[in-house]
Design a protein around this ligand. Sequence first.
Ligand code: TYD
Length: 216
Amino acid sequence: MAGFFISFEGTEGAGKTTLIQKLQAYLSACGKDVVLTREPGGSGLGRKLRAIILNAEEKISSGAELFLFLADRAEHVEEVIKPALKQGKIVLCDRFVDSTVAYQGYGRGMDKALLETLNGVAAGGLLPDLTIVLDLEPEVGLNRAKKRNAEQNLTVEEGRFEAEALAFHQKIRQGFLELAESNSRFLVVDAMQDADTVFEQVRQKIAGMLKSEKLR
Ligand code: TYD
């Protein structure tokens, strides 16, 4: 059997982690083999890169930042995602290629067509079967993220993007929505709804796709 690849996108604090955990529990209970992973940081090399990328204390250029994300992705796809899909597993990935277009393209102003090309190189042409965008007012999400960081005692080490101005996050939200409009692999879900409602909407979509065997 071939696998199924789902990515999760959205601005900060939209509730991806909660949703992914609920889906993992649900799919496992259905007897599916599930791999939960994330970018940046889903591979051995990626965990080292993540510490560099997200450390807001160290200034790095937009170009360097981009290539760190792409290096993380290339290793992640080869080491983790492709092998899991080959084994017929369901891969749940917290952020993937669309984050690069949204953050580095819409956010940092880099050329979007070029980013699509570079994504293709880094991911070896792999795209998700389904991409969930959790859509939320950035202001609400940033407050949630700040609260979470304080609770987990995370400060600047995990805060490069959370430290950006609200306008930056509004551009990113717009980016995800535009990407979703032009591509049928996306499902946009209103993340202002409570976590159970969000989960139920996504669960129905996935169950439908798995039933109709839209598998790779
Ligand atoms: P993370 O702590 O995983 O954030 P979140 O919980 O919001 O997913 O940090 C990942 C950050 O990196 C997030 O702010 C989005 C950003 N990012 C990019 O800018 N480009 C990318 O290609 C990826 C994968 C992430």
